[in-house]
Ligand binder design. Structure first.
Ligand code: ZN
Length: 179
């Protein structure tokens, strides 16, 4: 990633009202084709999974009504890349607007790309829970990194990958609710 920051803002109805160049660049680098139509749309259109939406709504409410500002780590991995990022969420001084700015803290290439993180990869019917905040997967009751998930599930020997069921893991849920 050439420029490691991106920012966006929402209005009182949680609609995206401002996105910066970094936002579009990040979208392009991650093959996210719909970015061009982001303005005016609901932030929640872009958050996959009921549970993650619920926790993020609670977090936003706390930012608006109580704390005013939070900074949290999150992951935004690609198949071949580990990305540790931080997001700062700040309530506007008047009204209900909220500003988000995300910054890349650390990026490293994986030794081997992980198709499990490839949105284009063909998938079967079986569902694998994924945390949308830390990009880990739940396998046999444990939340593990993608490499570990692929190993435990023997994905290298399988013809097709499981479909992803997007949600949030207990650690991230706690992190967001305690922010
Ligand atoms: Zn998580």
């Amino acid at each position: 990633m050439t420029d490691a920051t991106l920012s966006y803002a929402i209005d009182e109805e949680d609609r995206l009202v401002r996105v910066d160049e970094g936002y579009y660049r990040f979208a392009a680098e991650n093959g996210w084709d719909e970015a061009g139509t982001s303005l005016g749309r609901s932030l929640w259109d872009y958050v996959a999974g009921e549970d993650l939406r619920k926790v993020q709504r609670l977090l936003l409410r706390r930012v608006r009504d109580e704390v005013g500002e939070v900074e949290l780590p999150f992951r935004c991995d690609g198949p071949g890349t580990r990305r540790r990022m931080d997001i700062r969420i700040v309530a506007g001084s008047n009204g209900r607007a909220v500003f988000f700015s995300a910054r890349l803290r650390e990026e490293e290439e994986r030794e081997e790309p992980m198709p499990l993180l490839d949105p284009e990869a063909p998938r079967g019917e079986e569902l694998l829970p994924m945390c949308g905040w830390c990009d880990r997967f739940e396998v046999e009751g444990k939340w593990v990194e993608v490499e570990e998930a692929a190993r435990r599930l023997n994905l290298f020997d399988r013809a097709e990958l499981p479909a992803l069921s997007h949600g949030i893991c207990p650690e991230c849920s706690e992190l967001l609710l305690a922010a």
